[in-house]
Design a protein around this ligand. Structure first.
Ligand code: PLP
Length: 469
């Protein structure tokens, strides 16, 4: 396959069709009506191009998913080959297809410990939803019909199906217009030490969070009522929250001690973003019972999600003579083209040693971004390797935030857009998760452009009388 000649599009026409007919995820109606969306027509590596021909370095990697870089001919070939050979096969028990079987085996090889089973779905949310249903199924199979409560964290993000959204804990994702499950899903504090209660040191903060978990289990009627705990190893959309040392291990230990399943949502952190296939065991030394994966699994070339789970869970489901049916599944479970894309994606990561690049360039990225902390409105830069975030504050001393309506993250990212850099604004944050191919030169461009963009934003704020000095 050769790269096709770039097809030309009319910038205004796309925007007009888009505004009239495409309801976007997280569309803020009043803003969208005025501003619309930026039409992107081309992408290669870490760069995207809009319909006016303007080129940007996409430091967000799409939506935390572009791990090997955009526009790879090899990926297009693998996808085309599979689409021509077998574009679809029924996955409902009596048939399978080679890419799905091969990918399931590969994931079992890459996943830690006894995690040797996989259920395929269409993305992260459907994989979280699958985990939710799998947990109920597992507890019912064991006769533990009351063990149904799910514990998660405030500011967690787990996706957008009904269950996934309910397990998530971002206040903005639970607006009054949407209903969600409240009776069996509960949220603990999130492990953000930067905003820990005043006077606590890191260890006291961890003790406090662990105690809160234990209290919640007791409040729900004890371990016999609690089915599972969900956690991202590093919280993503909730603000790239890296928990203090010991937190994940201690939360995991409580799960083990209380027969509570530990679900590690690695939709963002797996497939190299932190420098590992899966971060739970390799980075944080915890062995989950269930791992959720999507995004970097195909680097966004095809929609695919995976719910990975342990031999111990499978043994309960698979008990001989039970005459059970796992009545759950999607038309596109184990889609051959998506699975072929995942296999090629993993092959490229292995061949190009992209995890090694993340381990080498990641600390430089962290260290260079940290230099932005000398700016008066940068409260904290945080993250691990290729998952980073800048938090803006109105007052460094008190850590007070700018009013939400000011949309400080968006103001900075607008200045960055104008300079050819895409960062993701989440209220008072700018989040970054570039492709794993990023070089030192790319890091230098991101950091210097971000500095200029923050300085330009500060100049605007001063001109508007919103910032002193
Ligand atoms: N879980 C986490 C940690 C995520 O970050 C996301 C998406 O950003 C999801 C689940 C949902 O994945 P998807 O959007 O593919 O459904």
């Amino acid at each position: 396959i050769n790269k096709p000649t770039v097809k030309q599009y009319d910038y205004d026409k796309i925007r007009q069709q888009d505004k009239a007919h495409f309801l976007h995820p997280w569309q803020v109606f009043d803003v969208f009506r005025e501003e619309g969306a930026l039409p992107i027509v081309e992408g290669s590596g870490n760069h995207i191009v809009d319909a006016d021909g303007k080129r940007y370095f996409d430091a967000v990697g799409g939506l935390w998913c572009n791990n090997i870089g955009l526009g790879r001919v090899e990926m297009a070939e693998a996808i085309a080959q599979q689409a021509l050979q077998l574009s679809y096969a029924n996955p409902f028990v009596d048939m399978t297809n080679a890419p799905a079987a091969e990918l399931a085996a590969k994931l079992a090889e890459l996943a830690p410990g006894s995690i040797n089973h996989v259920f395929f779905s269409c993305g992260g949310s459907t994989s979280v939803d699958t985990a939710f249903r799998l947990i109920h199924y597992y507890q019912n199979c064991r006769g533990k019909h009351d063990k149904k409560h799910i514990i998660s964290r405030i500011n967690a993000y787990h996706g957008s199906t009904y269950a996934a959204m309910s397990i998530g804990g971002k206040p903005g994702d639970h607006p009054p217009e949407f209903d969600f499950i409240k009776d069996t899903i509960h949220h603990l504090s999130y492990p953000n030490f930067y905003r820990a209660p005043a006077g606590m040191d890191e260890q006291q903060f961890v003790d406090h969070l662990v105690q809160e978990f234990e209290d919640k289990i007791a409040e729900l009627g004890g371990a016999d009522k609690v089915a599972a705990f969900f956690a991202e190893p590093v919280m993503g959309a909730g603000g790239v929250i890296v928990a203090p040392e010991g937190y994940l291990k201690r939360m995991h230990q409580i799960c083990k001690d209380n027969d509570i399943l530990y679900v590690s949502d690695e939709v963002v952190t797996a497939f190299g973003r932190l420098g590992h296939w899966f971060a739970s065991k390799e980075r944080f030394d915890i062995q989950p019972d269930i791992i959720i994966s999507a995004k970097g699994l195909t680097s966004g070339y095809q929609p695919l999600g995976a719910t990975l789970f342990s031999d111990e869970i499978f043994a309960v489901l698979d008990a001989e003579g039970s005459d059970r049916c796992f009545a759950h599944g999607f038309t596109y479970s184990g889609h051959p083209v998506a699975c072929a894309a995942a296999l090629k994606n993993i092959e490229i990561m292995e061949r190009e040693q992209l995890l090694g690049n993340v381990k080498e360039i990641g600390p430089y990225f962290e260290q260079q971004l940290k230099t932005l902390e000398d700016l008066p409105i940068v409260g904290q830069v945080r993250g691990i390797n290729f998952m980073q975030c800048v938090e803006y504050v109105a007052d460094k001393e008190t850590k007070a935030l700018f009013p939400e309506a000011l949309d400080i993250g968006k103001r900075v990212s607008n200045h960055a857009d104008a300079r050819g850099l895409i960062t993701r604004a989440i209220v008072h944050l700018n989040v970054m998760s570039p492709a794993l191919t990023m070089t030192r030169k790319d890091v230098d461009f991101i950091v210097s452009t971000l500095r200029e963009s923050i300085e330009a934003t500060m100049a605007d704020l001063r001109a508007e009388g919103l910032l002193d000095g």
